[in-house]
Design a protein around this ligand. Structure first.
Ligand SMILES: Nc1ncnc2c1ncn2[C@@H]1O[C@H](COP(=O)(O)OP(=O)(O)OP(=O)(O)O)[C@@H](O)[C@H]1O
Ligand SMILES: [Mg+2]
Length: 234
């Protein structure tokens, strides 16, 4: 399949992207959100979107005080927030402001309004390990009814707080760093994925997607590496 079609996530879907260091998570998400109109990306590693040219289409901010609620997401449609390590502790508060914003927009403009946006957090691990994730969890759980899109990437599924992890609707799986991680993903797939399938994933940027459907059924799709311009909603 030279041109696999990856279906863009809906606002209600909660998307998780997992894979070892360098497996292709950030690149993948950059390609996906390049096709989405409004988003706020939290880039804890400071390199998100660089090799995809995404930073040219987004407003980059480094301090929470630069975060102008009045302009996002109506006039300013795409923001990449690159906090300094000293500001990591305030990242969850920023997520809280975004959540409140999504709530206010829903209240004002109603269901399916044009200013809906996605929240993307690159490297959930820095957030979750011993850090405050109350608002991140709230956005994963309650953000669904507010139609606030939610995408989270992490090197390890086990580093995503459990209350967030159970919200997984779509899980994109690149090659993993350990057998323990593979077992976690298999559990989440309700044994639809096998250890052999995961072991066969190489460093070629191919991936699996687990998708939860109505009734809790889980479908598994294998995708070859994505190339530029293959993301189209169907
Ligand atoms: N589909 C692809 N085609 C070509 N190059 C890719 C593809 N996916 C990733 N790469 C390249 O591989 C490198 C690692 O990818 P990426 O930064 O997305 O990994 P990552 O999973 O986010 O790693 P980390 O956990 O360290 O953040 C990047 O230089 C990126 O340009
Ligand atoms: Mg990355």
């Amino acid at each position: 399949v030279p041109n696999a079609i990856y279906e863009l996530p809906d606002y209600k879907e909660r998307v998780f992207v997992v894979g070892a260091n360098g497996s292709g998570k950030s690149y993948f998400v950059a390609r996906v959100i390049a096709c989405l109109p409004r988003w706020f990306a939290i880039d804890l590693k400071g390199d998100f979107g660089e090799d995809c040219g995404l930073d040219k289409s987004a407003t980059i901010i480094t301090k929470p005080s630069d975060f102008r609620l009045r302009l996002f997401p109506r006039q300013i449609k795409r923001i990449i927030y690159r906090p300094a390590p000293t500001d990591y502790s305030s990242v969850d508060a920023v997520v809280g402001r975004l959540f409140n914003l999504a709530r206010a927009l829903k209240k004002r403009y109603g269901k399916g309004h044009p200013y809906r946006f996605y929240l993307y957090c690159d490297e959930g691990l820095l957030q979750s390990r011993g850090r405050r994730t109350v608002h991140l969890a709230g956005s994963a759980i309650s953000g669904r009814s507010l139609e606030m899109g939610f995408i989270l990437s992490s090197q390890r599924l086990s580093w995503i707080p459990v209350e967030i992890r159970t919200e997984a609707w779509r899980v994109v799986v690149f090659y993993l760093s350990s057998v323990e991680e593979e077992r976690e993903v298999i559990k989440l797939s309700k044994n639809r994925l096998t250890l052999q399938q995961l072991e066969e994933l190489g460093a070629d940027y191919s991936f699996y997607e687990l998708k939860r459907t109505q009734g809790g059924l889980i479908t598994v799709t294998h995708f070859p590496k994505l190339t530029q311009g293959v993301h189209q909603s169907q």
